[in-house]
Write a protein that binds this ligand. Structure first.
Ligand SMILES: *Cc1c(COP(=O)(O)O)cnc(C)c1O
Length: 495
């Protein structure tokens, strides 16, 4: 990699008058852009020759670490293999050239795909029907809570505003409940990492709208108390919400619908592939149990197919029809390319192979955990599901932190696991290998994790000053968060 080019902005490589491409004098033929719509001055764009541009961006792209570069055991994120066939399917021009408002009889294939996918998800989860509209897991949670709020309201039960969330929950759970205008109440975890049912009992009353549960929870543990919890919550009139962001270990093993859950979301961009670094793209379909399907018809733009809405209507009429669809979720049919990838993934595996996803994800995680627990601190022992959490190195005398281990892994060509989450431990190091990895890859990771543990004893400074081999060393996260420099201009001002 050319390190001189790296680190420079394309603006800094600019020279007045350099050209990579020349636009025609009159790009619109005889049409003249009206004077009042034209710029008074030329746009401040960088001026570079073509090779400079190509090398600049190629070198930048080579600094990315992705699942196609190496092992990426980021817990709670499911960084799994994204089959190339999915990309080919999602790029088919018959799908990419569709317009969301075109008449239904001209895009039956796409509508059929949407319907088939929603049925597959219903079958995989044991719920009745799904909306594919939400654009992310957190967006699915918000949609699911809107559905739950609507369910209570339509029954005239307006005092239900309390949402119970375990203290181990993903941060999006309480955030979604708050955005939905509901009150968050935390339920404690027991020492074994699962929900404390005695604590829960004290929180249950006729103001409970829902209990949100993640299963396996953020410690990678199966919540064995679910049948009892579901019974208690239902008895007091609340609904059970399943955060199915990490459905990997469940595939082929069990279904949320059979465990007593009423509403759930799935992160297609985790469990059903789709590359999703840097916050997107995603899809967070929401499913409901039998008897609640009618609420999905209240979601704006999500259910043309099922509700029989006339998709041939023009934009004006669509606004009218939105009046009886009070739940605003997102435009049109959701993140269609992500839906396509999920559908391709499900069809590629088929019924037989999809049953292997859960068992293999579970086996891989347990193999790593058992192979490393003599050198890394395992606060909660026992069988995990697709992921587990270490609380830093076992030897606490070295001064080497989880951050140091994560940075040192980069030198060895591995992406770091999730660090400092969940918040239940000080030095959380959360590892999720996924079902896709071979034993060789996993053994390589185990070797390196053991080597780093040795280095922490023999040469702690080497670990504490890592990474040594990356273009940029340690960045100041706090400064970056408090004084973000996000534009070229502000960068110039800083210097
Ligand atoms: C990833 C995740 C979410 C949020 O999903 P986004 O698509 O990032 O909004 C919610 N809950 C759990 C348990 C997750 O792992």
């Amino acid at each position: 990699m050319n390190n001189k080019l790296y680190g420079k902005l394309i603006f800094e490589l600019s020279h007045e008058g350099r050209r990579g491409y020349t636009l025609p004098d009159s790009p619109f033929g005889s049409y003249q852009v009206p004077a009042e719509m034209r710029r008074a001055e030329d746009a401040a764009l960088p001026e570079c020759d073509e090779m400079t541009v190509v090398r600049h961006y190629t070198n930048h792209s080579a600094n990315n670490f992705g699942v196609n570069n190496g092992f990426y055991p980021l817990g709670s994120c499911t960084m799994k293999y994204n089959p190339v066939i999915n990309e080919e399917m999602a790029a088919l021009p018959e799908f990419t050239s569709l317009h969301p408002l075109q008449p239904a009889d001209t895009c039956k294939g796409a509508l059929t795909l949407i319907d088939n996918l929603q049925q597959s998800l219903a079958e995989l989860t044991g719920l009745s029907r799904f909306t594919l509209s939400p654009f992310a897991g957190a967006h699915g949670e918000l949609t699911g809570l809107m559905i739950i709020r609507t369910w209570h309201e339509k029954r005239g039960d307006s005092k239900r505003t309390k949402v119970i969330v375990p203290d181990s929950a993903h941060g999006t759970n309480p955030a979604s409940a708050a955005v939905c205008g509901l009150d968050v109440v935390e339920v404690k975890s027991k020492a074994d990492g699962t929900v404390d049912i005695d604590d829960l009992r004290g929180l249950l009353d006729d103001t409970v709208a829902a209990m949100m549960m993640t299963n396996p929870n953020t410690l990678g543990l199966f919540e064995h108390g679910i049948p009892e919890i579901a019974q208690l919550v239902h008895d007091c009139g609340g609904l059970m919400y399943y955060d199915g962001a990490n459905l990997n270990p469940m595939l082929g093993a069990c279904r949320p619908g059979d465990m007593g859950f009423d509403v759930m979301h799935i992160n297609l961009h985790k469990t059903f592939s789709t590359p999703h670094g840097g916050g997107g793209p995603g899809a967070g379909p929401v499913g409901v149990r039998k008897g609640m399907e009618w609420i999905l018809d209240l979601i704006d733009n999500s259910s043309y197919l099922q509700s029989g809405t006339d998709v041939t209507k023009d934009g004006h009429d669509r606004e009218d029809c939105a009046a009886d669809k009070p739940l605003k979720v997102g435009a049109y049919h959701g993140n269609f390319a992500v839906l396509m990838r999920a559908y391709a993934y499900i069809l590629t595996l088929g019924k037989e192979n999809i049953r292997m996803v859960g068992p293999l994800a579970t086996l891989n995680a347990n193999y790593i955990k058992e192979s490393l627990k003599d050198v890394y601190e395992l606060p909660i022992d026992g069988l995990c599901k697709h992921e587990f959490v270490f609380d830093g190195l076992k030897d606490k005398t070295t001064g080497v932190t989880t951050m140091d281990v994560a940075k040192r892994l980069l030198d060895y060509g591995y992406h770091a696991p999730t660090i400092y989450f969940p918040l239940l431990f000080h030095e959380s190091l959360m590892i999720e290998p996924t079902e896709n990895e071979s034993k060789d890859t996993i053994d390589g990771f185990i070797d390196v994790m053991r080597r780093i543990a040795e280095e922490a004893n023999s040469t702690p400074e080497l670990v504490k000053s890592a990474p040594h081999d990356t273009p940029i060393g340690r960045v100041d996260d706090v400064l970056a968060a408090k004084h973000p420099v996000v534009t070229y201009k502000s960068l110039l001002n800083e210097n």
